[in-house]
Design a protein. Structure first.
Lengths: 649, 153
């Protein structure tokens, strides 16, 4: 997307801004800042959300349409890009701001809507059917009868500390990040605090690792800082390759500078001169924007040698992963950075003492690090006010599955699932009933509607056999089969198991096999198949516990989580599959039985021609029948019938 | 061959740490890893070819077959899965006889199954040469493949 280039901001302005003295700026410099901050603008500003989600939704075409609209009418407007505010279902989003008026956001802006929307706004009339809301700003005159964006139910109960810049600034502009207060926390840290003090601050804030078991971050940092070594390293693990989790990618695409700043502060605190940001190479746009952010920060002297004459040197390197789920585990990630197969090793020694190149290394999850600038800015007492006693701060989730509004959601720790699903997510589409939700990706666990009022924090979730994990939250309705979803997770884990330790390598394979057997129709009723099936079923739970207790790394230890937690939450569904050979959601097609409704069947013979086992008999133009003994339950007839004559039970 | 030399020049230090980035650069340039390229990397980094293959085969993103003219990506994210992405994979196998990481014999199509593309509300998502198709079902996929077959001819 070609974007109008923003003016290059002068060195002195940067320095003054980083010191926090906006008052001392020369009047003409104030203009530059106002221009970037969009508080006072002289020409209309139009920003289109430009990220992977919006591109898939069609943002490129929308951009073309806006560009054409402005050219055709010769309108002098500034067209920029922005990140995503998180509401994925409304992509592509468009922000329009007229001089002196409040900014208005429109949702689902497809090319054909562009002229309607812009015609309206330029004539001081907001087309209500496309609008999401307006942004309050005391310098701007609000529009009448347009709701405020922070009062929409999607945003109302969210607490946006980490996501505050997402969807507000141009992710590829360091200037916009700086005028909005960026990098000030980093400079404050290296000037006013010693590394120990930063560690103390983080420890007293109660920040805990967001990726796994919730180990206190400040403690981890101190271990590394106090370990004697010639070099120390910081690794930011942003390589979520969890299916269903798009939060890290989306934050990196929307606000890459926040991550660079967070990594810089953390590196200073542990005394590292080299830091790595690890993310999957298939997240092309995130990789590009992070690299650009690192380059820009280096150009401004915020990274490199002797940063702002503090004597602190830092080099940040982007490391692109080559596709291995197990590299989410810290020792495997370190092996991958060293150019080896990404396999974990036994702990201890922990990476805090012996990590990358045998030097003390801190591996932090990306979301954990994003909390750091927030804590430095507001202090630990302020930070602790959010969340619960043992879990401070907020947590970001990517909400998806069978939900009305899917997207990126940040809530205080301790909020309930009910709030997330029904207030923020807007409930399930078509008023369907909630069956449960899967939290934390393939290594997470399942919760049912009984747990809806459980507060979300480390302890409560651990008790229920779940972890916060990747922050994926997938909502299931009555039409989702729990076993099918678990089978899919198990298939993924089976493929991704690195093969080093036997419980994980063999266990995931067997568990997947057992689940396959449960969801399959028996080939023969009397042979050993039935016996095998039952033996497997009896052993499934036992096997899951063995895998959990004896695997080497987090991947194996958590691989059985989906099975253990779904067996306890949805035992009746397992039993139905096993004993009655029935899938109540109708997803496990091989368990379904098909009948032909004689009243509806016209005898078109399409199903009989398509049936792979010739199980459908009948003569043309007369109702057909299914010979149940021959039917393998593939469902081809069900899909091919144009008259809805085939019934699935 | 000069291209590989140029890539290697970007990594002046002979360190194993550079192995994966070098292989990624080569793959970006050629679309896959050739035997010659692996040998050259081995000479440069002073590593046996077997070690390099052991690393390259571990990671799923490295390909040993050239990409097709049309590179198909199917999202395997949970949301797409719930909405029927597995069927699309079967459909590709039925139509083109290839699975993840493979290329058709005539070099027209290749398939890659990727983790979440980030458009969960619009799934299942399929992309061909970076053009995205949303809410794809089996029939739509068949049409898409047919369209590209025609372009190829």
């Amino acid at each position: 997307m070609p974007v109008t280039k923003s003016q290059k901001i002068k060195d002195e302005i940067i320095r003054t801004l980083l010191e926090g003295d906006i008052e001392n700026l020369e009047p003409q410099d104030r203009e530059t800042v106002d221009y970037l901050k969009r508080d006072k603008i002289t020409q209309p500003v139009i920003s289109l959300s430009y990220n992977t989600a919006s591109i898939i939704a069609g943002a490129d075409e929308t951009f073309e349409a806006i560009h054409e609209y402005l050219e055709d009418r010769d309108i002098d407007a500034r067209l920029t890009q922005m990140g995503s505010p998180g509401l994925v279902t409304a992509e592509p989003l468009l922000d329009v701001q007229l001089p002196g008026k409040a900014k208005v956001t429109f949702g689902n802006v497809f090319p054909e809507k562009v002229s309607d929307i812009l015609d309206g706004v330029f004539n001081n009339f907001i087309p209500l059917e496309y609008v999401l809301g307006q942004h309050p700003n005391e310098l701007h005159e609000p529009w009448e009868n347009i709701p405020y964006i922070h009062e929409l139910s999607f945003f109302k109960t969210q607490k946006r500390d980490i996501l505050k810049n997402c969807g507000r600034i141009d992710p590829e502009s360091i200037d916009e990040y700086i005028v909005n207060g960026g990098y000030r926390n980093f400079l404050m840290s290296i000037r006013n605090y010693t590394p120990e003090e930063v560690c103390d601050l983080i420890e007293s804030s109660g920040l805990r690792g967001r990726g796994g078991e919730g180990y206190p971050t400040g403690k981890k940092w101190k271990n590394t800082l106090n370990a004697s070594a010639e070099k120390r390293f910081l690794i930011c693990n942003a390589g979520e390759s969890d299916p269903g989790a798009f939060m890290e990618r989306m934050i990196m695409e929307s606000d890459p500078h926040s991550l660079v700043e967070a990594v810089a502060i953390a590196s200073y605190a542990i005394g590292a001169q080299k830091a790595y940001i690890y993310l999957e190479s298939e997240y092309e746009m995130a990789c590009r924007r992070i690299q650009k952010a690192i380059d820009q920060a280096r150009d401004y002297g915020l990274l490199g040698h002797d940063i702002f004459t503090s004597g602190f040197n830092l080099n940040i390197q982007l490391h692109q992963g080559a596709g291995a789920y197990v590299c989410g585990e810290e020792t495997a990630l370190i092996a991958s950075l060293e150019g080896k197969r990404g396999m974990p090793r036994p702990k201890p020694p922990y990476p805090s003492y012996r990590g990358l190149h045998n030097q003390p290394t801190v591996v932090n999850n990306m979301e954990t690090l994003l909390n750091v600038p927030v804590i430095v800015r507001h202090g630990s007492t302020w930070y602790k006010q959010t969340g619960t006693a043992k879990s401070a701060g907020t947590k970001v989730f990517s909400l998806s599955g069978k939900i009305e509004r899917s997207g990126l959601v940040e809530i205080p720790m301790g909020a309930s699932m009910r709030e997330v699903i029904y207030r923020i997510g807007g409930g399930l589409p078509d008023n369907k009933d909630l069956k449960g939700l899967l939290i934390g990706g393939p290594a997470g666990g399942a919760l049912t509607y009984e747990h809806l009022d459980t507060p979300i924090d480390y302890e409560e979730l651990k008790e229920l056999g779940c972890t916060l994990g990747s922050g994926a939250m997938v909502v299931m309705d009555e039409e989702t089969c729990v076993l099918d979803t678990v089978k899919y997770y198990m298939h993924l884990l089976k493929e991704e198991s690195c093969g080093k330790c036997i419980p994980c390598r063999e266990g995931t394979r067997r568990m997947h096999e057992i689940l396959e057997n449960i969801t399959k129709r028996p080939q023969e009723e009397n042979g050993s198949f039935t016996l095998h099936r039952f033996k497997g079923v009896i052993n499934l739970e036992k096997l899951a516990h063995v895998v959990r207790d004896t695997s080497l790394c987090g991947l194996g230890q958590r691989a059985a989580n989906p099975i253990i937690s779904t067996i306890s939450a949805f035992r009746n569904e397992y039993e139905e599959h096993i004993f009655e050979r029935k899938c109540r959601a109708g997803v496990c097609q091989e368990l379904s039985t098909f009948y032909i409704d004689v009243d509806k069947c016209t005898g078109c013979t399409i199903c009989a021609q398509k049936c792979p086992t010739s199980a459908i008999v009948g003569s043309a133009k007369k109702p057909h029948f299914i010979v149940q003994d021959r039917c393998i339950g593939c469902g081809i007839c069900y899909e091919s019938c144009k008259f809805g004559a085939i019934i699935r039970k | 061959m000069d291209k590989i030399k140029k890539i290697l020049e970007r990594y002046p230090f002979v360190e194993r740490e550079n192995l994966i980035p070098i292989l990624q650069d080569i793959q970006n340039e050629y679309g896959h890893l050739t035997e010659d390229a692996v040998k050259q990397v081995g000479d440069y980094l002073e590593l046996p070819t077997s070690k390099i293959y052991s690393v390259a085969t571990f990671y799923s993103k490295f390909r040993f077959q050239p990409r097709g003219n049309f590179h198909l990506k199917i999202c395997r994210g949970t949301s797409c899965q719930v909405k029927g992405a597995a069927k699309l994979e079967q459909k590709v196998f039925k139509e083109l006889n290839i699975v993840d990481g493979e290329t058709t014999d005539n070099g027209t199509f290749s398939l890659e199954v990727v983790a979440c593309m980030g458009a969960c509300g619009l799934g299942p998502v399929v992309s061909i040469n970076n053009r995205y198709y949303t809410r794809v079902d089996e029939d739509k996929l068949e049409e898409i493949i047919e369209d590209y077959r025609e372009i190829e001819q």
